[in-house]
Write a protein that binds this ligand. Structure first.
Ligand code: MRU
Length: 364
C-alpha cells in the first residue's frame, strides 16, 4: 500500500538481508516511523508492545524473529526456546503459533549449519503467501459489496468495521479491508464506519489512517454507536477480521466485536468475518470455552494517547488514579451470529461443514 506515494508493506527484509524492518504502529497516526529489528528479543518486544499487531503480521514477525535469533545460535535447544518465547508474546492470535510451528517443522530436521539460510527463505515465503492470501480474500469479498451496490441505486455501500484488519494488520492488503480496497479499485462507491476500538483505538489510529491514505470515504464512530446506526438503516454490511476461528466457526476478534455481531443480528445486518486459512484453529471447537483471551495491562484502559492543541502527542489519564481496570483484549462471537466467513478460497457459512467444504484436507 502507498504512504506518501511510496509503496510499503508492514514488514520487510532490510537491504542488507539481515535486519527486518517494520512500521512502529504505536506511533500512528501521528508519526510514521520505520524501526529495524536485529535480535529475536527485539522481535518479541515489538510483538508484545504492539509495534506490530494484527494476527497475520505478528505471525510474520515471529517467523523473522526466529531468523534473527538463529544468527546467534542455531542449536535445537535455542530454536525451541525462542519459539516458546515468541508464542508467549501474545496468546490469542493463532497465526503466531502457526507461523512459529511452520518454521520449526522445516528447521528442526535440518543440520544446524543449514538452518539460518532456509529460515530466511521460509519467513519470506510466509510473507509472500500472506499477501496473495489477503488479495484473494479481497477478490472473494468484493462480490458482497457489489451485490449491495447493485440494489442501492448508486448510494455508497456503508460498511462497518471494528479494530484494524487492514494492511497494517497483515503483510499487505488486510483481511476485512481487502474487499473494501478491491471495491474502490472497481469503482464501487463505499463508505466505511470505523469503530474507534477502545482501549488502544486501532480503528481511530490505524484504520482511519489507512483509509485517509487510500482516499476512501469514512467516519470514525465511538464503539457504542454501531447499534444505533444499524437500527436506522445506516449500515449495509459489517466486515471484521479475526485472531482465531474455531473449527466450528466461532470467531475470536478484538474486544467489542461480539457486541457488534449482536446488534447486527438484531437488525438483520449481514455480519461477515474475513480470514486467511491460517487463522483457523482446527484443534478447538467452542471458542468461548477454549480460546485463551489475552489480558493486557490496565494502563491501556486508564490512559489514552492523543495529540493536543499544540501538536504535542501526550498520554493522559481518563479515570481517578485510584480506579482499577480490567482489560480483556479479545472476545468470541459465536458462529450463529456470523453470516459468513470470507477466506482466500471463497465464502462459506460459519460452521464446521462450511469450513470443511473449503478446506477438505482437514477432514479426518
Ligand atoms: O490487538 P490487535 O491490534 O493485534 O488486534 C487485531 C485484531 O483484532 C484484528 O481484527 C485481527 O488480528 C485480524 S487482522 C487481519
Amino acid at each position: 500500500m502507498r504512504v506518501d506515494g511510496k509503496v510499503y508493506r508492514s514488514i520487510w527484509l532490510a537491504e542488507d538481508g539481515i535486519g527486518v524492518e517494520i512500521i512502529d504502529q504505536t506511533l500512528l497516526p501521528f508519526q510514521f516511523k520505520v524501526v529495524r529489528l536485529e535480535t529475536v528479543e527485539q522481535a518479541m518486544d515489538a510483538i508484545s508492545r504492539m509495534l506490530v499487531r494484527g494476527a497475520p503480521l505478528i505471525g510474520a514477525t515471529a517467523a523473522y524473529g526466529l531468523c534473527l535469533g538463529l544468527r546467534r545460535s542455531g542449536t535445537t535447544e535455542a530454536l525451541r526456546e525462542m519459539a516458546t518465547g515468541l508464542i508467549a508474546c501474545r496468546p490469542t492470535a493463532i497465526n503466531l503459533r502457526w507461523a512459529v510451528e511452520r518454521m520449526l517443522e522445516l528447521l528442526l530436521p535440518l543440520p544446524e549449519e543449514q538452518r539460518l539460510a532456509l529460515a530466511y527463505l521460509e519467513a519470506g515465503r510466509i510473507c509472500e503467501e500472506d499477501v496473495a492470501t489477503n488479495e484473494a480474500i479481497g477478490r472473494h469479498g468484493v462480490g458482497l459489496i457489489e451485490a449491495v451496490a447493485a440494489q442501492n441505486g448508486g448510494r455508497p455501500v456503508n460498511v462497518l468495521t471494528h479494530c484494524n484488519a487492514g494492511w497494517l494488520a497483515t503483510v499487505d492488503w488486510g483481511t476485512a479491508l481487502a474487499p473494501i480496497f478491491k471495491a474502490v479499485e472497481a469503482g464501487i462507491p463505499v463508505h466505511v464506519w470505523v469503530d474507534e476500538t477502545r482501549p488502544r483505538n486501532q480503528g481511530a489510529s490505524l484504520t482511519a489512517w489507512e483509509l485517509v491514505a487510500a482516499g476512501i470515504p469514512h467516519h470514525l464512530i465511538v464503539d457504542n454507536a454501531g447499534g444505533h446506526l444499524m437500527q436506522h438503516g445506516r449500515v449495509d454490511l459489517c466486515i471484521v477480521g479475526t485472531d482465531r476461528t474455531t473449527a466450528s466457526g466461532d470467531v475470536c476478534n478484538k474486544i467489542g466485536t461480539y457486541l457488534k455481531a449482536l446488534a447486527a443480528a438484531d437488525n438483520k445486518v449481514p455480519f461477515y468475518v474475513a480470514l486467511p486459512g491460517s487463522t483457523v484453529d482446527w484443534t478447538v471447537s467452542d471458542g468461548v470455552v477454549e480460546i485463551p483471551i489475552e489480558e493486557r495491562e490496565q494502563e491501556e484502559v486508564l490512559r489514552i494517547m492523543g495529540r493536543d492543541d499544540h501538536d504535542e502527542v501526550r498520554r493522559v489519564a481518563i479515570a481517578p488514579s485510584a480506579t482499577p481496570a480490567v482489560n480483556p483484549a479479545f472476545d468470541v462471537t459465536p458462529a450463529r451470529l456470523v453470516t459468513g466467513l470470507i477466506t482466500e478460497r471463497g465464502i462459506c457459512p460459519a460452521s464446521r461443514d462450511g469450513l470443511l467444504g473449503l478446506y477438505p484436507e482437514r477432514r479426518r
